[in-house]
Design a protein around this ligand. Sequence first.
Ligand code: BTN
Length: 322
Amino acid sequence: MQTKIVKMLYNADGYVSGQEISDTLGVSRQAVNKAVNALREKGFVIDSVTRRGYLLSKLPTELCEEAVSCHLNTRLIGKKIIVLDTVDSTNNYLKKLASNGEESGTVAASTEQTAGKGRLGRVWQTKKGEGLAFSVLLRPRLSPNEIGGITPLAGLAVCRAINDFCGLDSRIKWPNDVIVGSKKLVGILTEMSTDFDTVEHIVIGIGINVSHTSFPEEIAHKATSLLLETGKKPDINRFFATVLNYLEDELLTNNFTLGGQAVGEYQRLCATIGRQVSFTRGRRQISATAVSVSDSGELEVMLENGTVATVNSGEVTVQGIY
Ligand code: BTN
């Protein structure tokens, strides 16, 4: 009910009467008043004037589900948003909900993770006040071998959202890091649960460096944040909604696959293409030039003998990035 009230107030030109809200939502005036007070506690500034009603004059600056919802124009992703003050890992949290039947589209988000997970078993740090960590639950009707495009599409969506919202020229480092220059801004970890040959659910976990002013010494040369790149902190709720809007658009318009226009757009924004890369095959270290990305999200590379090979897993080192 709080989300519905905020949306009514946010979209109104002036005051909205308590009666109109209670009629629209089918709840008592008392319940409306209680919800408005709860919203005030969360940082919404809502004036109330007798016989005129309520006027929303300020949204909270902290991450808040009702504030994100005001800026959302999705129909699936973010239908339900769960903001957690702190969590071990938003992926773990959402996977638990998923196994208890949570609906497709639910988002779990936090600005602090105590056991955030990165790719390849690494740790992903999200310290209070610095980062945005969130996970999106999806239940696409696809088989496990059809979902290869989802993570690159998510990378493409986040990259486009950042460029649009922050005016940056971020790029994608294959398969799905978002970088500015040669430094990492975003990491994505997708986890999947299958039931025989169908996908039961997918959790796309996205970590964005937002307000860091510095990084631990080990990663300082290869990590950056929105604050470091733009000189300012974004309005976190508006920014988060923009990312979710782009994510839904990329995933649903392209039916969860990296075909057609999406692969072209991905390649245009992919900083890996055209660079020297090296990767391991068996025990051999191979050098090649990245030439393109396939519809299923594999990196196509040209070997020194002129033949084209695909790389679909493991760690690829890209010269000049990190
Ligand atoms: C990587 O680049 O190694 C992937 C990092 C993914 C981090 C995000 S933060 C939200 C979600 N929850 C996690 O525990 N990990 C992902």
